[in-house]
Design a protein around this ligand. Sequence first.
Ligand SMILES: Cc1cc2nc3c(=O)[nH]c(=O)nc-3n(C[C@H](O)[C@H](O)[C@H](O)COP(=O)(O)OP(=O)(O)OC[C@H]3O[C@@H](n4cnc5c(N)ncnc54)[C@H](O)[C@@H]3O)c2cc1C
Ligand SMILES: NC(=O)c1ccc[n+]([C@@H]2O[C@H](COP(=O)([O-])OP(=O)(O)OC[C@H]3O[C@@H](n4cnc5c(N)ncnc54)[C@H](O)[C@@H]3O)[C@@H](O)[C@H]2O)c1
Length: 441
Amino acid sequence: MNDAYDLVVIGAGSGGLAAARRAHQLGKRVAIAEQEAIGGTCVNRGCIPTKLMIHAADFAKQQDLASSYGWVNPEGLFDWPAFKDALHAHVESLRQRQIQDLEGIDILRGQATFLEAHRLQVGDQIVYARYVLIAVGAHPRLPEIEGIEYALTSRDLFDLDQLPQSVLVAGGGYIGVEFSQILHRLGSQVLLVDTEPHVLDGFDLDLQTGVEQILAADGIQVLDQARLSRLEKTRTGLVATLADGRSFSVDQVLCALGRLSNLQNLALDRVAVSTDQGKIVVDPQGRTTVDHIFAVGDCTTQLRLTPVAKAEGEVAAEAMFGDRSVQVNYRWVPSAVFIHPEVATVGLSEEEARQEQQEIDIHYNSFSPLEYALSDESLEAFIKVVVHRPDQMILGVHLIAPRAADVIQALVPGLRKGLTISELQNTIGIHPSVGEELFAL
Ligand SMILES: Cc1cc2nc3c(=O)[nH]c(=O)nc-3n(C[C@H](O)[C@H](O)[C@H](O)COP(=O)(O)OP(=O)(O)OC[C@H]3O[C@@H](n4cnc5c(N)ncnc54)[C@H](O)[C@@H]3O)c2cc1C
Ligand SMILES: NC(=O)c1ccc[n+]([C@@H]2O[C@H](COP(=O)([O-])OP(=O)(O)OC[C@H]3O[C@@H](n4cnc5c(N)ncnc54)[C@H](O)[C@@H]3O)[C@@H](O)[C@H]2O)c1
């Protein structure tokens, strides 16, 4: 049968592409179904365009610092349409590269739906699949409040005709915090509203409060324990009302309130795949409650990050067709919030370690990065290490500093092998660098 595959992958994002390529390398006949653009969220409307916007915004910060380093009149004007064109051209080139990398794999254009356990409809085509991998990702959650149709999501930001002069950002997670600083640096007045006591709920509390200080020092107003409850369109923009009755007139409102798995069109009820709170339940190999159906990435109950989706995709393909013993190890997954200065974290927060009733010591080092030395502006960067007192092994590392993401991820192989605080303290670093501060704890 022409339309019979060893594996049909649903969704050509980070997880689906990794699985499809691995299964193809293992000699299997593979098809990948995609209803939108190849590359999924990360390439088309997530990590890559966001980080390009962060670089654009960072030049504004560098201009501020440059005048302390002898540069005269470093201020320039930001041309949003020119940047947008360059951004979309780069995203298009990445997309083309992803398509080239799919050589030997059939691309099925359209929405995939289960007809029965091994049969899928993709657009107007019906295909047979020995195995199916669901990698359908997620979409922004919008609360059911009056006027929500006027709000933007992160998807819309890369296509705006012009940047808003004022914006209310609802949600202080990764997306809300990153875009608050981007939009502020590019000239918008920003108000950030979050329901929790601090932004970045779930991060180490010192990171949460440290980030709020950075945002406040930038001139971003942060309202904690506040909930967006209504939007009204006016002649000039929007009026956003909070649950406590306060209201704000702004040009735009950005909703960054978490993401929901894209399960709505799959007809999962026809195949008895179990879900929990709208996410597919999987084991550490990505197997669902149905033996030949796997799921990876943002549509599952695991962490929602690109490198995690990729690792899960590769493991799932191995579990189907190669080394059946592999599993994803979620113990030491680092992550970063790409603001200036960067925020990066790995392992347990102090609060998580205390909740687990671990006996812990906290090692802390605050420092001022050299790039601020000549500036009137100050930056208190810090590193915090959570240590298991009985054996001195490191349980978590949390850093706010320039280049924090690179510093933290370089530690991960050591952490996986049981790195202790004295091994860190006995290391000779590179001077002058942010990384050497790790060894001065
Ligand atoms: C603004 C933003 C910034 C981010 N920044 C970072 C970052 O800096 N670092 C990081 O690690 N992560 C980041 N993420 C998260 C990261 O993008 C995701 O974790 C990652 O893309 C998940 O990959 P995935 O394969 O699970 O899903 P996706 O990449 O979302 O791919 C799913 C694909 O499935 C398709 N699809 C859905 N349903 C069907 C169907 N029925 N039939 C056919 N196709 C279907 C979709 O069109 C989509 O292309 C960011 C996310 C956002 C929104
Ligand atoms: N740098 C990165 O790695 C990166 C960047 C962007 C996105 N991501 C991924 O994308 C996912 C989604 O990001 P996100 O920021 O949308 O979600 P999130 O879950 O990280 O944060 C949502 C925030 O919204 C708040 N909130 C919920 N309802 C609210 C309301 N009605 N009013 C005000 N605040 C409210 C929550 O308290 C929470 O702080 C993340 O989980 C992350 O995995 C990662």
